[in-house]
Design a protein around this ligand. Sequence first.
Ligand code: PLP
Length: 427
Amino acid sequence: MNHKNTENKHFIFGGCDMVKIAKQYKTPLYVVSEEIIHEKINEIKKDFLQKYSNTRAVYASKAFLTLEMCRILKKEGIGIDVVSGGELYTAIKADFPMENVIFHGNNKTLDEIELAVKSDVGRIVVDNFYELELIEKVAKDLEKKVKILFRITPGVDSHTHKYICTGQMDSKFGIPLVEEILHTGIIKTQNSSNIELIGFHFHVGSQLFENTSHIKAVDILLKLIKEVKDQVGFKTKELNIGGGFGIYYTEGDDPKPLKYFVDPIMEDLQKKCKELNIFVPKIIIEPGRWIIGEAGITLYTIGSIKEIPGVRTYVGIDGGMPDNPRPALYNAQYEGVIANKIDLPKSKVVTIAGKCCESGDILIWDLKVPKLESGDILAIKSTGAYNYSMSSNYNKLTRPAVVIVNKGVDRLMVRRETYDDLISRDI
Ligand SMILES: *Cc1c(COP(=O)(O)O)cnc(C)c1O
């Protein structure tokens, strides 16, 4: 990773001077390092796709999606998963190969299903049987055969914030692992000429540092695959094991290389399938945060500095919860540096306050910084995932631009919103 200092004491990211970039494009500004995205994808290729046969990797686009991101992934041969008509539309407009698109979601609308079936997405991951009926009807009307997976709730708890924990039995996601329910669903697909069930999917949670949930869930799913083979004669071709691999945000985070998650699963797979007398399914992973999280930072300009003697120093920045809702949403922690004072000793502790009318709009509670002045540039790290994609216009703040940097070259990926954009849909 390219976080080196130079003589002029500025924060360098993707080979570019972040103080210059902040002046050139203005702040707040999302900056994405193409180099880090490629590093991550290379790790996926080396330690998963090339190491193990019959595997695929799909990027969870909800983490960060733009036309250019689609183009980067397309070039790399990585698929994408989408969870809405809007994400699907973005992929379509980027000319993304539709056979490499997986469509998720716990309550897909009829319109979304029609768009997905019409555009021949590679897989629809069916979350419930209401949706199965909709797909069946749409596929019949359009005379298509739709390839689907069933999303299963494997009933494992993962160690993460409860809002990003998705694999436990009591979840809004997926089909519960209850024999009668599942068998009925499988038999429905066997009797349908417009739906082809390919296999199963699970996603246990996000920002995980331990592999135990994935391993447990694979174990449960392999037993399920055996059971449905014996009881309803269904042969599973694919097992999609979701994403959730954790990244570094702050001290104490202990991110693991991808192989820590996939090796124990892949090493045991052949053996377990042999024992169970089932075919070895294709294994698909769906990392989102892991690919893009550390590849992104956000630049802000510091404005007001309010020192309450003996209490706290609030440092006001020109963004906040509209460009990064995660601290307010689930108490997410971040690290930041002062981009124009990267090598000065950190003698102060301050609180980074967003500019919204909410006391909860605080991006970092206690950040060690050098002595600050208004006009300094703050860079918050690891904001690549679930920042731009979760951004809003609260307080009618305009969304930041996104700049992509690579080996010292910068280019605009998404332009900054304008005031006119803010009212462009008002009647
Ligand atoms: C969110 C999500 C992912 C990606 O999660 P990350 O934690 O970003 O890796 C993968 N699969 C599904 C179904 C998801 O909902």
